[in-house]
Design a protein around this ligand. Structure first.
Ligand SMILES: [Zn+2]
Length: 256
């Protein structure tokens, strides 16, 4: 796991698995952990990462309800998990789905964990909306289209955008079950003005981007989504696993 400080108050931990990112935001005496790393050892050290930084843990947030972003409770056992109303609805509609997906992943990768995932108390946050942290406020913006749910978090006072599974330098736009091309496109449009103001953009998977690089990916992703099903893959994201995602996108766009 890589850990980078974007600002004295914003840390990003990047998992060795899928380069899944976890963003830690502090203001005053409060600190939120957005999304999660994946491997048990990575989760295990998270509390000490906060401690060494002098951050007091307040709660967990998730950008969306895909299992690989929901593992924070394996690091902070009693924590409440805040997410968009759309994500809370998805978690209610699919009880146990994240825990099952994690079990399948662990089984496939021979990963051993001390305990199964339990999401505990899920707090549905109004999105669009605001969430106070210390003496600052984060903005919550709807970010659906990859899936049926989700939110992007704008940390305005540090000009950091945590956008969930959009604008990834390693993954092409992925239209998963529940997602749609039109919603994906609308989310990219919604993120554009935030990306323009951002010093840093933290995608759900891959390295942290500066605003300029994120803008370039945003333009590529709009072009890709618009051109489906005949889209060409962006030059830097054309490996075999991206082609598998692309084939799924094509199937989904043709079916709707
Ligand atoms: Zn993801």
């Amino acid at each position: 796991m890589r850990i980078a400080a974007l600002h004295p108050d914003v840390l990003v931990a990047t998992s060795a698995f899928f380069q899944t990112t976890c963003t830690i935001v502090r203001s005053g005496n409060e600190c939120f952990v957005i999304d999660s790393p994946v491997h048990p050892e990575e989760l295990e050290v998270l509390p000490s990462v906060l401690q060494q930084a002098g951050f007091t843990f307040s709660g967990l947030l998730a950008t969306h309800a895909d299992w690989d972003h929901l593992l924070g409770r394996l690091a902070f056992a009693d924590a409440a998990l805040g997410c968009a109303e759309t994500s809370a609805a998805r978690l209610t509609a699919e009880p146990g789905a994240a825990a099952r997906a994690l079990r399948d992943f662990d089984d496939e990768q021979y990963v051993e964990r001390g305990r199964p995932l339990s999401l505990g108390q899920v707090q549905a946050l109004p999105v669009p909306g605001h969430l106070g942290v210390g003496d600052q406020e984060m903005e919550l913006h709807p970010a659906d289209g990859h899936t049926a749910d989700g939110m992007a978090v704008w940390i305005g006072w540090e000009r950091v955008l945590v956008c969930g599974d959009y604008l990834s330098p390693v993954e092409i736009p992925m239209i998963s079950p529940g997602g749609s091309r039109s919603a994906y496109r609308a989310t990219l449009e919604r993120l554009a003005p935030l990306v323009e103001q951002a010093d840093h953009v933290v995608p759900g998977h891959g390295s942290v981007l500066d605003g300029q690089r994120a803008s370039a990916i945003l333009r590529e992703d709009i072009a890709y989504v618009d051109a489906l099903p005949d889209a060409e893959l962006p030059i830097a994201r054309r490996g075999p696993s991206q082609r598998v995602i692309h084939d799924e996108n094509v199937r989904r766009v043709i079916a709707t």
